[in-house]
Design a protein around this ligand. Sequence first.
Ligand code: ZN
Length: 392
Amino acid sequence: MSKSSRRYKAAAISKVSVLGRCDHVRMPRVRVLMLCLFGVLVIAMILGFYLANDTTSANIQVHVPDLTRDKLSHKPSKPTSAQIRRLVSQVNGQRLWYSHLRPILIERLPGTKGSQAVREHIISQLSLLSAGWSVEVDSFTSPTPHGQITFSNVLAVLDPSVPRRLLLACHYDSKALPVTPGALRRVFLGASDSAVPCAMILELVTALDVHLRVHKQQSSQVTLQLVFFDGEEAFEEWTPTDSLYGSRHLAELMSQTPHPPGSTHTTLLEAVDLFVLLGLIGAPDPLFVNHFDNTARWFDRLISAEKRLHKLGLLSSHPVEQSYFKKDVYLGPVEDDHMPFLQRGVPVLHVIATPLPSFWHTLEDTEDKMHAPTVENLTKILVVFLAEYLKL
Ligand SMILES: [Zn+2]
């Protein structure tokens, strides 16, 4: 036996006596107690060090994002009926109408005071929420048939540092209708196009505020981004250069912004799991169809949410279980703010009523044509959709 092994043995014995037999050694009680405590502390430190190292290596493995693989393999959660009831009970139709919608129902042509007022309204509603949204105004100027105009998209991200994003969008600008010479100029309000969809988005994040706050604290791999586009409408005839001013600008900007920050091969555009665009919503008995095969499984979640809420008796003025979302019909594509994103390969879910309402782009697209129970029902369906996608 070598010297070193003897030393080891001696140390091992003293360790046993400290840990297990200290009550039998003849020492003053206080000293014994101190020795016991010291022993426990040493073991706790060794264990703590080991566990900390282990957790770090596990985190590194989990947190390396592969944006494309992760978005394709993303699975929704399966909320219970009790959870669904709790979630949709937060939707407040009165708040949607009077706090969110009414202030948007003014003329809001890009670059005007009306546009600024609506933008300020959207930002102030988001600032009231406890989830803590990062809000940005993305302003730029562009030539238009009416001269050089300043446009401003409103962007809000729940947690900008999260790798992936579910993007929920609408446009808040209103259309400049041609003025008939000699006729009185009346204001186009665009209630369904798209004041109601914007109000629905504000109500969605208000109803889910507490859930979104908790979600943000849980360091999830997917966060929620809102986009309120400016300049969707053409000033004259719809052409590739006279339309979609805000979305063309944002898609380009996102395609040039590295994400996660510092990435050399992915941008904010790849970070978008799914681009959900709401448009022309508000009239009674709307029909929504699936526009894209690659997002059909997410359209199916809307169908399923409608049926489930109907069966639970949580929708009003909704006589049959599948009324709004139908898969077996297709009425052709609708050009809208999703186009610049779709063309760059972003998966799109286009929630737009087709056929287009009879009052589309007329002075009749007003508040009195909107059907409050339908708007509230669709908001509840989207609450379920968001809760499933984000696993709230
Ligand atoms: Zn329009």
